[in-house]
Design a protein around this ligand. Structure first.
Ligand code: SAM
Length: 313
C-alpha cells in the first residue's frame, strides 16, 4: 500500500458525495446512498447531469445483461467503493445469482460497518440471517459478497473471488467505474487479460476518462495531482481508440466505446428536458466539455453464445 493508494481510496468519498448531492436534487432515485455518505457539498448541475448519465448507463447495461442471461449470471464490481447498485437492483427485482464487490480493506471495512448498522441494507441480503458471514472487512451471504483485495494482485483477487464461490463458467459481467485509470497500465493489462482468459462468457463495463491530451484533460490531471492522486493509467485514456485497443489486445473480442457526450445525446428528449430543468442550468458548453472527457466501454467475449453482442450501449 502506497501513499498514492491512500489518496486513491479517498476518490470514493468524492464519487459518493457527487452521487448523493445529485440524488438529493432529484436527478435519480437511490434510497440507499445516504447511508454511506452524509452532508455532501452541493455540486453544479453539469456535475450532477454527468453523474446521472454515468449511473444510468452503467445500470442500463447491467440490467440488459441480467435480462439476457435470465438472472443466471454473476456481477463483479472491482473498486466498488460505496456503490449501491446491488440494493437498487433488488428493488427492481432484477437480481443476478451473485453480486461481488471488491475494494481495498480500508474501504470495505467502512462499507461492512455501515451495512451491519443499517437494517435497510442488511435485510436485503439474501440469506437466512444466521447464514450471513460478517467479518471486519468482508461479508458473505447467498447472493452478495463484499471482499477486500488489491485488484493488481491477481493471486489474491482469484483467492478472494473463490471465497465467494464464483463460477468461471457462468456468464459474468465485470465493472470498473473510475478505477482502471488509477492502475499502472501493466496491472490493468494483466487484469483484463486474466479475466478474458478465465471467464469464457463474460462482459466488461468500464467507465473512465478519455480525450485527456487537451487543455481540459491537463487541468483534470493537475487537479488530481494536487490531491496526491496520480492517474497512472492515463495512457489508455488518450482517446476512444486507445480505450478500445487496450481491451482488444487483452483478449476481448467485441468492444464498443462511446464518449459520454454521445451517451447523453442518446437519452430521450423528455429525460434530457427533465434533467436540464431541475436546477438553473445555463452552462451547456461546460456540460459538453465534461461529457467529452469521459467514456463508457462495453466489451464482451461470448463463447457460450448468450448473444451478449446483441447488447449495445
Ligand atoms: N466504483 C465506485 C464508484 O464509481 O462510485 C468508486 C470509484 S472511486 C473513484 C475508485 C475506487 O477504486 C476506490 O474505492 C478505490 O479504493 C478503488 N481502487 C483503486 N485501486 C484499487 C486497487 N488496486 N484495488 C482495489 N480497489 C481499488
Amino acid at each position: 500500500m502506497s501513499f498514492n493508494d491512500d489518496a486513491v481510496q479517498l476518490t470514493n468519498d468524492d464519487a459518493s458525495s457527487c452521487k448523493l448531492s445529485a440524488v438529493q436534487r432529484g436527478y435519480w432515485k437511490d434510497s440507499y446512498i445516504s447511508f454511506f455518505y452524509e452532508n455532501p457539498e452541493r455540486k453544479s448541475p453539469e456535475i450532477s447531469i454527468g453523474y446521472y448519465t454515468r449511473v444510468h448507463s452503467v445500470r442500463y447495461l447491467l440490467k440488459e445483461f441480467i435480462k439476457k442471461t435470465e438472472g443466471n449470471c454473476q456481477i463483479v464490481n472491482l473498486g466498488a467503493g460505496y456503490d449501491t447498485t446491488y440494493w437498487n437492483l433488488k428493488d427492481d427485482s432484477l437480481t443476478p445469482k451473485s453480486f461481488i464487490e471488491v475494494d481495498f480493506p480500508a474501504v470495505t471495512m467502512k462499507k461492512c460497518r455501515i451495512i451491519k448498522e443499517q437494517m435497510d441494507l442488511l435485510e436485503k441480503l439474501q440469506s437466512e440471517e444466521d447464514d450471513i458471514q460478517l467479518s471486519r472487512t468482508e461479508i458473505h451471504s447467498n447472493d452478495y459478497h463484499l471482499v477486500s483485495a488489491d485488484i493488481r494482485e491477481l493471486k489474491q483477487l482469484e483467492a478472494k473471488l473463490q471465497s465467494c464461490r464464483i463460477d468461471t463458467n457462468l456468464p459474468t459481467v465485470f465493472i470498473t467505474e473510475c478505477v482502471l485509470v488509477y492502475l499502472d497500465m501493466e496491472y490493468s493489462d494483466r487484469l483484463l487479460k486474466w479475466i478474458s482468459t478465465k471467464f469464457p462468457t463474460s462482459a466488461f463495463i468500464n467507465y473512465e476518462q478519455v480525450n485527456m491530451e487537451d487543455r481540459f484533460g491537463e487541468v483534470m490531471i493537475v487537479n488530481l495531482k494536487r490531491r496526491n492522486t496520480e492517474l497512472r493509467g492515463v495512457e489508455a485514456c488518450q482517446s476512444v481508440d486507445t480505450q478500445i485497443n487496450r481491451f482488444k489486445r487483452n483478449g476481448w473480442k467485441n468492444v464498443e466505446c462511446l464518449e459520454m457526450t454521445n451517451v447523453y445525446r442518446n437519452l430521450s428528449t423528455s429525460e434530457k428536458q427533465r434533467l436540464e430543468k431541475l436546477e438553473r442550468f445555463d452552462e451547456k458548453d461546460l456540460l459538453d466539455q465534461l461529457l467529452e472527457h469521459y467514456c463508457l466501454m462495453w466489451a464482451n467475449s461470448d463463447s457460450n453464445s448468450v448473444n451478449l453482442s446483441d447488447v449495445t450501449i
